[in-house]
Design a binder for this molecule. Structure first.
Ligand code: ADP
Ligand code: MG
Length: 219
């Protein structure tokens, strides 16, 4: 069974000229332990698709199944639990909690999910090169450092479905490669389903499958 299944997802956004279709019937599934790279031009709807998969935005039509469960069919509490515990999202714009230190940001999602493990968190921080930054606040970090915290926060919660929106977009090539390899390693070790947006053909080639979003559909 696919851990994540998107079925015929459609989404339009309102504009002054009427609704603008962004996703026009996107179907995609990711099995446990598999890594899928999502590519597509800027504005093609990649972030929108990830937000829908994470349950942060509602599709106009179509279904999102996580572990076989239809997100829309769940009661609010069940959907919230799925979002907190099962699905992780690394935002394109990081979305760190500004009032929390790096250490607290790293632990944040795992605590919400009830799986916080200080040792695992410290190990992740070390592997992401964040060990010396744990007492800092997000505004005291560079973009690349913030991005690594965002990745660590998602990984610390050990999600079964991990969605990552251009997770290495702010990192230099060597750091990006190392962080990408870490995400793949953990996803495979935990038999998670990993769907990530990348503009790097090289990184996409490291994934099990590549899909291209164009004209509102997957090519
Ligand atoms: P990508 O991540 O591939 O660059 P996005 O999913 O961010 O693309 O955006 C796809 C299209 O949808 C763009 O034209 C964008 O302007 C539009 N869009 C995204 N979110 C919204 C929103 N909340 N309201 C209106 N338009 C949006
Ligand atoms: Mg985007």
């Amino acid at each position: 069974m696919s851990l994540l299944a998107l079925e015929d997802i459609r989404k339009s956004f309102a504009s002054t000229e009427g609704p603008v279709p962004v996703l026009q019937g996107v179907s995609l599934s990711v099995d446990a332990g598999r890594v899928v790279a999502l590519t597509g031009e800027s504005g093609s709807g990649k972030s929108t698709l990830l937000h829908i998969a994470a349950g942060l935005e509602t599709p106009d039509a179509g279904r999102v199944l996580v572990g076989g469960q239809d997100m829309a069919a769940l009661p609010d509490a069940g959907r919230a639990q799925l979002r907190r515990g099962t699905v992780g999202l690394v935002f394109q714009q990081f979305n760190l909690v500004p009032s929390l230190t790096v250490g607290a940001n790293l632990a944040f999602q795992a605590r919400l999910a009830g799986v916080h493990d200080a040792g695992f968190c410290a190990d992740l921080a070390a592997r992401l090169g964040l060990s010396d930054l744990l007492a800092r606040y997000p505004e005291q970090l560079s973009g690349g450092q913030q991005q690594r915290v965002a990745i660590g926060r998602a990984l610390a919660a050990r999600p079964k479905v991990l969605l990552a929106d251009e997770p290495t977009g702010n990192l230099d090539e060597a750091t990006g490669d190392a962080v990408f390899a870490l995400m793949l390693e953990l996803a495979r070790a935990q038999a998670a389903a990993l769907l990530l947006v990348t503009h790097s053909a090289r990184l996409a080639d490291m994934c099990d499958r590549k899909v291209l979003l164009r004209g509102g559909r997957l090519a």
